[in-house]
Ligand binder design. Sequence first.
Ligand SMILES: NC(=O)c1ccc[n+]([C@@H]2O[C@H](COP(=O)([O-])OP(=O)(O)OC[C@H]3O[C@@H](n4cnc5c(N)ncnc54)[C@H](OP(=O)(O)O)[C@@H]3O)[C@@H](O)[C@H]2O)c1
Length: 367
Amino acid sequence: MATQMHNSLVAVNPRAPYEIRQYPTVSPTGDEILIRVKWTASTPFDLHQADGGLFLEEPQRTGSAAAGVVVEVGSDVQHFKVGDRVFGYAHQQPDWKAHQEYATAPEWVFGKIPDKFTMEQAVTVPENFVTAFHTISNELGLPTPWPKPEGYVPPRADDRILIWGAASSVGQFAISILTFYGYRHLIATASPRHHAYLKQQGAEECFDYRSPTVVDDLLKKYQRGDGPAFSLIIDCIGSQAGSFGSVGLVSKIAQRGTAVAIMLPVILKHATDGEVPEYSMDAQDSAQWAEGTNVRGVRTHFYWQNELFKQKLQTEIMPQMLAAGHVVPNRYRVIEGRDLLDRATKALDLLRSGVSGEKLVWRVSEE
Ligand SMILES: NC(=O)c1ccc[n+]([C@@H]2O[C@H](COP(=O)([O-])OP(=O)(O)OC[C@H]3O[C@@H](n4cnc5c(N)ncnc54)[C@H](OP(=O)(O)O)[C@@H]3O)[C@@H](O)[C@H]2O)c1
C-alpha cells in the first residue's frame, strides 16, 4: 500500500523563504497519537529559527504549538481516543512538529481542549504555559505541587517577584500561575496600555519599561534595608538590543541574593527586513551582574526531565487550569491566507515587525 504523505512547512536556510515539502504520515505506536493539525500559534522562536538559524538543521520542519483532532492512537495510549480535540507544545522531533497537516507524538505532549474553548484560543496556551511552569520550578526553584493542596500557601508567598516584559505570552502565564500558587507581590513591567489587563491577571503594580526612570522608580519604591528589592526576577524578553534591552535594565535592579531567570536566546540584534539577527545562549555573560546574583538562562526544551511535568503538565494540569479559569488564553489575531505557506509567511513577516500583547494564530490544514 502506498505510504500516505502530508504537507509540512520547512525552513531551508536562514533568511530564505519557507517552503512546503511532503513527509510520510507516521502511524502511531505505543504511547503515540496521530493528530490532524488544524491550528498553530506563532512564537518568537519561529523567527529566531527562520532568520537567525537558531538550532536549524536544514530542511527543518517547524512549529511548536498545535491544536487538532486525534485520528489514530497507539496501543498503550491512556488519555485520548479518536475524535478528541487536543492542544499541546510538541516540538522535540520532526514528526511532532506543529506546522504540518499531521503530527505523530507521544500523548504526554497533549491535553484535551476544554469544551468551552475554540482551537484558536487553546493553541495560544501550551508553549508558554509550559515555559512559565518550567521557569518557576526549574530556574526559580519554587514548588509547584499538583494537585495544589487545599489552603496552600507557598513558602515564599510574601517575596516580591519582578516580571519584566509581562505583556509577553510568557509573562502573562507567569503571572497567572504564580497567582494560582499564592504569590502575593508580583510587580510587572509592560507598556501602559497593558497595565489594567495585567493587574486583572494578578500583578500588584505595573511600571512602564520604556520610562527613563523605571530602574530608579522600582528601586526607590521597593528597596528596604540591605536586602535586594526583588528576590526573584523573570526576564520574559531576554534582549540586549535597543534602548530598552531588558537584560541591561534588569541587571541594574538585581542584587546579591536575587535569582534571575532569563528567556533564551539573549537577543543581541533583532531581526528586521534588512538585518540578520544575532543571539547568545549565555545569560550570565549578557550583562554586568552584581556579585552574588544567581543568573540562569531558561531552556524549556528540557521541561520533561521533571517526571511530574512529563506525566501531567500537558495531559492534566494544563487542561484543568484552563477549564477552571486559573489561566486564560492569550489574546490573539487570526492570520488569513490562501494556503499554509502564505499564512506562515505572513505570520513571520508580522513577527519581524513586532507583536504587542497578542498571539498570531493560523490554520495549518485547510479543514
Ligand atoms: N528559552 C525558552 O525556553 C523560551 C521559551 C519561551 C519563550 N522564549 C523567548 O522568550 C521571549 C518572549 O516570548 P513570548 O512568546 O512571550 O513573546 P511575545 O508574546 O511575542 O512578546 C511580545 C511582547 O514582548 C514585549 N516586549 C518586547 N520588547 C520588550 C522589552 N525590551 N522590554 C519589555 N517588554 C518587551 C512587548 O510588550 P509591550 O506590548 O508591553 O510593549 C510585547 O507585548 C522570546 O524571545 C522567546 O523566544 C524562550
